[in-house]
Write a protein that binds this ligand. Structure first.
Ligand code: ASP
Length: 670
């Protein structure tokens, strides 16, 4: 519920699908790792331990134990498994035909790799030759044959199985493939709509195989860490429930009781809190959540959270837990992540980066030059500074003159104007060190060099300057910072290396924010169950706008990948927030309010957005690349055409009639 500014999600470098050989290698590295030793991890905690006992360092690298991919099935090996050591063995492989060349050989593919099959040419095997030579690409076949070394000079070092080939003895076409809508090759570009319509074919590609298998492994490691090392309990909570006040729009599900609807939960928030009241004091769930918000590159109507709640914990305790969890489940091939993660207050994030989810992989931070400007005798600047909370701020784009064209600068200014109603002034540092800007005619030489100093400008730098209300100025410059990074990257610079991972905690959010549609009313910055910051509790009752909260967000490379809070566990305080501050009908939450009166423990939690986290780990351009069956931008399943019409008869038990928009009604009648 925290995402207030999704538009600020930075565009990442274009997705380069790994080469097929690279993907095969990566898939091979994906063999699940053995469970770490549990001794010690399950030992009872001793008395007198410090608060926030640090999570144990991730278990020492466990010995890899390859799973048995061939158990229960009739193949002897997978298509990625055979090596020189298998030479001479008779093997049975099952897979899809990737290539077939002139009736001489074919390449068989499964999830683990590729194996070259030699089609026999002798008379005795003529039926095998006929079968394999005529089978269309992507047909699924069984081949039994003898593993042989490839002739000298014909080895393929790019293929893990490149030293061998299998001489087919017998073969069977298990299902022939009709003409494909697209080639099953990662490097072949195809429209996303077509990929979604034939998702089961798209899933055969190495990249999606890799993404989904990596996702499965990370979740497995998370389960190990939470359940086996830290005593969490995996509890499933209902997905048919009722409306939660505030936050995102929820999907409704009709019921057979006239006029009554279920809601699909936007998160298991209420249930996880009720589990704490129920004494299940360490809960987690790989939870499906629903928000009726349409899709974007980093969100879709249904998504998955690693949902966590604990009793008797504070903010630092949750943060250490998540750092340990991520470190433990982090894929080896993505390098190491170091903990603890750095932390920044919401105010700092806004002031320095203009957003609550800063991408800290690059600089170009916002600089406040109000003090310098205040000294100048320039009327329009003084006017801008005369309003409450007004400031003059700037970002400096190193070497902007070299990389930006005039039209780029114009489009940056235009974007600040259209998105934030913010005027932008540019300052350019010429090769001779002088400044070019509308400001300069008001500045003496000394003031110019002072300005160069406060802005830390070098020759050929471009500064974008904004004056006005603090939050508006920061948000506009924060957005220009990201747009400038896009432009610099388009010109060939690397600012946001997708292979480095910058985690960041953002803390001390305001508890309430003015509603966008009506700024005189307040809404929760996170959700209505978030507790006030202990040092601001008294302000809750006199000036709620000033209260900071115990809400924390986890940011990775400029994307919010998690958020949570310490909760209100007093019924009285919760009722006050709902009724007096948020002006919500607390009756909808009477069950929760009542539960808080029955000895509810202090508690807090967090949810990690699993789809977004995995998409950043694998550097995918969209969360749809890490979801097996994603929804389109308009929230549709293009494969099965959901949502779909239902007949009036089917609607009758739900006491529902469709009121068709006129255009659709006419279209249906014609
Ligand atoms: N339920 C919250 C969310 O989905 C996370 C939390 O507060 O634990 O944003």
């Amino acid at each position: 519920m925290t995402d207030t500014n999704p538009g600020a999600v930075p565009r990442r470098a274009p997705f380069e699908p790994p080469s097929r050989a690279g993907c095969e290698m990566a898939l091979l590295r994906l063999l699940p790792r053995a469970l770490p030793p549990l001794a010690g991890a399950l030992a009872r905690p001793c008395c007198g331990r410090p608060l926030h006992r640090a999570a144990p360092a991730p278990a020492p690298a466990p010995a890899p134990a390859a799973p048995d991919f061939n158990s229960f099935v009739t193949r002897t090996n997978t298509c990625g498994e055979l090596r020189s050591a298998h030479v001479g063995q008779e093997v049975t492989l099952y897979g899809w035909i990737q290539y077939q060349r002139q009736g001489l050989f074919l390449v068989l593919r499964d999830f683990q790799g590729l194996t070259q099959i030699i089609i026999p040419q002798d008379e005795a095997h003529s039926h095998v030759k006929k079968l394999l030579s005529n089978a269309p690409v992507e047909s699924v076949v069984r081949v039994t044959g003898i593993v042989s070394p490839r002739p000298p000079g014909q080895e393929n070092p790019k293929m893990p199985t490149g030293d061998i080939e299998v001489k087919a003895e017998t073969a069977e076409i298990l299902n022939s493939c009709k003409k494909l809508p697209f080639e099953i090759k990662d490097f072949i570009k195809k429209s996303e709509a077509l990929r979604m319509q034939y998702r089961y074919l798209d899933l055969r590609g190495f990249q999606l195989q890799y993404n989904l298998r990596l996702r499965s492994q990370i979740v497995m490691r998370m389960r190990e860490y939470l359940c086996n090392l830290h005593g969490f309990v995996d509890v499933e909570t209902p997905t048919l429930f009722k409306r939660t006040p505030g936050g995102a729009k929820e999907f409704l599900v009709p019921s057979r009781e006239a006029g009554k609807f279920y809601s699909l939960p936007q998160s298991p928030q209420q249930f996880k809190q009720l589990l704490m009241v129920g004494g299940l004091d360490r809960y987690f769930q790989v939870a499906r959540c629903y928000r009726d918000e349409g899709s974007r590159p980093d969100r879709q109507p249904e998504f998955t959270q690693i949902d966590i709640e604990m009793s008797f914990v504070d903010q630092a305790g949750i943060q250490r837990l998540i750092e340990g969890l991520l470190q433990y489940s982090w894929p080896e091939e993505r390098g190491c992540i170091t903990t603890p993660f750095p932390s920044m207050t919401y105010e700092e994030a806004l002031a320095d980066y203009g957003t609550d989810k800063p991408d800290t992989r690059f600089g170009m931070k916002i600089v406040d030059i109000s003090d310098f400007v205040r000294k100048l005798d320039i009327q329009f600047v003084q006017n801008a500074l005369s309003f409450p909370r007004s400031s003059v701020k700037a970002i400096c784009i190193p070497q902007g003159v070299r990389y930006f064209k005039n039209k780029d600068l114009e489009s940056l200014k235009e974007s600040a104007k259209s998105q934030f109603n913010q005027e932008i002034m540019e300052i350019i540092c010429r090769p001779d060190g002088s400044l070019k800007s509308v400001l300069t005619k008001f500045l003496g030489e000394k003031q110019q060099s002072e300005l160069i100093q406060v802005l830390n400008m070098q020759v050929d730098d471009v500064v974008l300057l904004a004056a006005g209300e603090h939050k508006q100025v920061c948000s506009a410059l924060g957005s220009l910072r990201l747009e400038s990074a896009d432009l610099l990257e388009a010109a060939g610079l690397v600012l946001r290396d997708p292979t480095t991972f910058h985690f960041l905690w953002v803390v001390d959010f305001p508890l309430f924010l003015p509603k966008e549609e009506n700024p005189t009313e307040l809404e929760s910055a996170h959700h209505p169950f978030t507790a006030p910051h202990p040092s601001d509790t008294s302000l809750l009752y006199c000036d709620p706008t000033k209260v900071r909260s115990q809400h924390y967000d986890l940011v990775l490379n400029g994307s919010e990948v998690g958020g949570g809070s310490i909760r209100i566990h007093s019924a009285e305080q919760q009722r006050f927030v709902l009724e007096k501050v948020l002006k919500e009908d607390s009756e909808v939450l009477s069950h929760l309010l009542e539960a808080l009166e029955f000895g509810a423990p202090p508690h807090g939690g967090i949810a990690l957005g699993l789809d977004r986290l995995i998409s950043l780990i694998v550097n995918a351009p969209s969360i749809r690349d890490v979801i097996a069956f994603p929804k389109s931008f308009r929230g549709r399943d293009l494969m099965g055409s959901a949502p779909d019409y239902v007949s009036p008869e089917e609607l009758e038990p739900y006491h529902i009639q469709v009121s068709w928009p006129l255009a659709e009604k006419e279209a249906k009648q014609n």
